[in-house]
Ligand binder design. Structure first.
Ligand code: NOJ
Length: 512
């Protein structure tokens, strides 16, 4: 891989859900000029890169994860030229931008799908996975049937309005003639089109992609060998034509995704990562009640970390548009300690917009654009104490999603001015991370203890920093940690004769 991606070693990402970030034309929906206007705010926090959720033309049945035109920005966000301008403005500030690439499925309104539904054979007949008869459904996949003149059922990838693009089958069933091999003509045409889409945006100035459901492309591929081979081919193409293109996968199996050519993989909130034992369960580890457990998380992380063997990065997000806000279970003080953890772990941290001020999950909302229970984590950003929290000048009823109505809702402006706020604490942590290579993305980690407190050593190039994370409101002592304190959070703590004593919740970084 190329040294043009060296910026990743220090990168901290900020995820922007464009519809909810900042609205500049008073239609109640965020837009790209709004994002550009807030770049300085994001840079000031300490983030150096953005992940933008899908911003392409879409019927918005899944908030844009149902693409209708991969080459066009949805008018509600602006124009392609606005997006190119965002890339330029980000680069001026030494920031980078990843777009969200949704390679596994499209919207039913995509012109490819409209063509593919036709009975007559055409260039898009094999663009999706179709059985040969309406009476045959693709096993274990869910399908769309009965709306096409074509006699067949079309496999879906996620919601039932998201038809599966056809990249072929790793082990096609010889009894199902419609299952095409991954090097078949139709699957290869889909793959080449994917490369074309990537080229289009990379040429325009984007720095890479977060890839949606990256592990899902080749079917009948239990060990993902086919999907890995497909992404390796794409990586080769990128290395040849866009060596600076950065790829992060929504996959959750870094041993596979990094071999496939991704630079980074997300720790997922589903599957075996135990990530949400820390933040989103009845007794989260980061609650001051101190009844949670980090043990399973640490075991799973260690295993993945060993498998990755320094080949790439594991990204830990503070949250994202698919999970509950951190603030649903943790208060602002608890979140400060959670961020001391998030910002002292290896891999690239991702901060979900608004998590830096502890935005709340808005309860009891009617689903918006396929959000369902996720809608409460997607409410408009709270910038200040003005109308609609400074998000939009539209009438309140026109806002994309209703906002947190509580009188004490957090906002960015107040928190920026308050040195004791969550945002200010995060800003301090970010600055510290930028200063010390041992705390950065490639610094090594060794866990010392996985209870209360959680203790780990970060090291890089001769520097060694011990991190002590103690969310529980109870006394604790950690022996053998003598050195100088780089960072401390928590009222009652002291370092005596190489032992750290804490009387309650604390986070401490000690350099040896
Ligand atoms: C994962 C995305 O994060 C989620 O929001 C979306 O609904 C599904 N993939 C389907 O694209």
């Amino acid at each position: 891989m190329s040294n043009q991606t060296a910026w990743l070693d220090k990168a901290v990402f900020y995820e922007i859900y464009p519809q909810s970030f900042c609205d500049t034309n008073a239609d109640g929906i965020g837009d790209i000029p709004g994002i550009i206007g807030k770049l300085d705010y994001i840079r000031d926090l300490g983030c150096t890169a953005l992940w933008l959720n899908p911003c392409f033309l879409s019927p918005f049945g899944d908030a844009g994860y149902d693409v209708e035109d991969y080459y066009m920005v949805a008018p509600r966000y602006g124009t392609n030229e606005d997006l190119a301008n965002l890339f330029r403005e980000a680069h001026k500030r030494d920031m980078h931008v990843l777009l969200d690439l949704v390679p596994g499925h499209t919207a039913v309104t995509h012109p490819w799908f409209r063509e593919s539904m036709k009975a007559e054979k055409n260039a898009y007949t094999d663009r999706y996975i179709w059985t040969d008869s309406i009476w045959e459904v693709p096993q274990g996949m869910g399908c769309i049937r009965g709306i096409s003149s074509r006699d067949g059922s079309c496999a879906v990838n996620f919601f039932s309005h998201q038809p599966s693009l056809n990249y072929g089958f790793y082990r096609p069933d010889p009894d199902c003639k419609w299952q095409q091999p991954m090097d078949g003509e139709g699957p290869m045409a889909t793959r080449e089109t994917l490369k074309d889409i990537m080229s289009f945006w990379l040429k325009m100035g984007c720095d890479g992609f977060r890839v949606d459901m990256a592990g899902s492309l080749i079917k009948q591929d239990e060990e993902c060998k086919g999907t890995i081979a497909l992404w390796q081919d794409i990586r080769q193409f990128l290395d040849r034509e866009f060596p600076g293109a950065v790829m992060v996968s929504e996959w959750g199996e870094p041993d596979k995704s990094l071999v496939a050519g991704f630079h980074m993989d997300f720790l997922l909130h589903f599957g075996p990562s135990h990530y949400n034992d820390l933040f989103r369960c009845d007794e989260p580890y980061f609650s001051r009640r101190g009844r949670g457990s980090a043990r399973e998380f640490v075991a799973a992380y260690r295993e993945n970390y060993a498998k990755v063997g320094g080949k790439g990065l594991i990204c830990i997000p503070s949250g994202n548009h698919d999970m509950d806000r951190l603030a649903r279970r943790l208060d602002q003080e608890e979140m400060k300690i959670a961020f001391a953890f998030l910002l002292s772990m290896p891999g690239a941290p991702f901060i979900y917009y608004g998590d830096e001020i502890g935005m709340r999950y808005v309860e009891n909302l009617v689903s918006v654009e396929g959000g369902y229970g996720r809608t409460g984590s997607r409410s408009p950003m709270q910038w200040n104490k003005g109308v609609n929290a400074g998000f939009s000048a539209a009438a309140k009823e026109k806002l994309y999603i209703p906002q947190d109505e509580s009188g004490d809702r957090p906002d960015a402006e107040s928190q920026s001015a308050d040195p004791c706020s969550l945002r200010s604490e995060i800003k301090r942590l970010m600055a510290l991370r930028q200063k010390h290579p041992a705390l950065q993305n490639k610094g090594d980690i060794t866990f010392v203890s996985d209870g209360y407190p959680l203790v780990y050593k970060r090291s890089y190039g001769g520097q060694s920093i011990t991190v002590v994370i103690h969310p529980a409101d109870e006394k604790a002592a950690v022996p053998d940690v003598g050195g100088s304190i780089l960072y401390k959070l928590g009222a009652a703590l002291r370092l005596e004769g190489g032992t750290l004593h804490m009387d309650g919740p604390a986070a401490v970084f000690i350099e040896k």
